[in-house]
Design a protein around this ligand. Structure first.
Ligand SMILES: O=C(O)CCC(=O)C(=O)O
Ligand SMILES: [Fe+2]
Length: 322
């Protein structure tokens, strides 16, 4: 039975620091272990230049600190969570940001957004997204050819460079402690790659308790998304996480979300169980085959109807208990 998450004095979650340049067998083992538990890890030696991160954080901050009327006209600007904005049942989240659909090699430069916007878009689409796509591909391919055992078609369609999303977030410093910046959720992605400043505020739900993810300068934070959890037949964990608004300073983060091809049918890994007559082992799929498009549409419908995402539970095959 699900227990209600508790604060637990907010200890830190211990995260593996995975070296992206480690020897293949070590990388395979480290990534699989981190994806199984707790579903989130630090990534070091990832090759994203620190001056690119610093420049992008500064550009995003500069744009999001513009006056309200000016920034509301920036391309991709949002305040609160767009999916929840129309719902009376939800408090809007305490954040704002810039959303960029980083589709393949399309130029995202805004012709009329001013030079700071153009510089920001150029840095995102020209360089940053390419680094993120490279990292997501390497992490995914390593897992795919390791214990996930995906074939070459699955490897090509279960992660695509097209259709990825980039967001820069600003969480304004909260007047009261405990203000939720972004409410608890799992990501619908295959993999999410977070690059944050040193303020902190990200928390992950681990063994029933909220735990702080301490920012470590130079390290990216990567988490398993719902799609990867499904591909692994629930062996990997798409962790629930949230952001608590910082007390003393604004927090900035840069997030990249990698997705499968819209129509690729994800057949989740196999689950080993016992037949109801006992003894004999059988293999059952954890999930009915579904595409990311179906998943996204279901999430949107659930959020619209109830204010909450149901997520993977919608697609799980019911398993008879013996
Ligand atoms: O800003 C962060 O640290 C996390 C953002 C996040 O969880 C999301 O956008 O899904
Ligand atoms: Fe998230």
């Amino acid at each position: 039975m699900d227990r209600q998450p508790v604060e637990c004095g907010l200890e830190e979650v211990e995260l593996r620091a995975v070296d992206l340049e480690a020897e293949e067998s070590i990388l395979t083992e480290e990534l699989a272990a981190a994806c199984r538990d707790p579903g989130v890890f630090r990534l070091v030696n990832h090759g994203v230049p620190s001056n690119l991160t610093a420049r992008l954080l500064a550009l995003a901050r500069g744009l999001l600190e513009l006056d309200a009327a000016t920034k509301s006209r920036l391309p991709g600007y949002f305040c609160g969570t767009p999916a929840l904005a129309a719902l009376p049942v939800k408090e809007p989240n305490w954040l704002e940001g810039l959303h960029v659909e980083a589709a393949g090699d399309t130029c995202l430069c805004s012709p009329d957004g001013g030079s700071a916007v153009a510089e920001f878009m150029e840095a995102v689409s020209g360089e940053y997204v390419a680094h993120m796509a490279r990292i997501a591909r390497k992490v995914f391919d390593t897992l795919a050819s390791g214990e996930l055992g995906l074939d070459s078609e699955q490897r090509a369609t279960y992660l695509t460079e097209r259709g990825c999303i980039f967001r820069a977030y600003r969480y304004p410093a909260a007047a009261a402690s405990g203000q939720v910046g972004m409410e608890a959720h799992t990501d619908s992605s295959v993999l999410s790659i977070l690059n944050q400043d040193t303020v902190g505020g990200l928390q992950v739900l681990y063994r029933g308790c909220w735990r702080a993810v301490r920012p470590v300068e130079g390290a990216l934070v990567v988490n398993v998304g719902d799609m990867l959890q499904a591909m692994s037949g629930d062996a990997y964990r798409s962790p629930e996480h949230r952001v608590v608004a910082p007390a003393g300073a604004d927090r900035m983060s840069l997030c990249y979300f990698a997705f499968p091809e819209e129509e690729a049918v994800i057949v989740g890994g196999r689950w080993r169980g016992r037949s109801s007559s006992g003894g004999e082992q059988r293999e059952t799929r954890r999930y009915q085959g579904f595409s990311y498009r179906e998943f996204r549409e279901q999430v949107q419908a659930d959020v619209k109807a109830t204010g909450s995402k149901v997520g993977l539970a919608r697609f799980r095959v019911a398993v008879a208990q013996s």
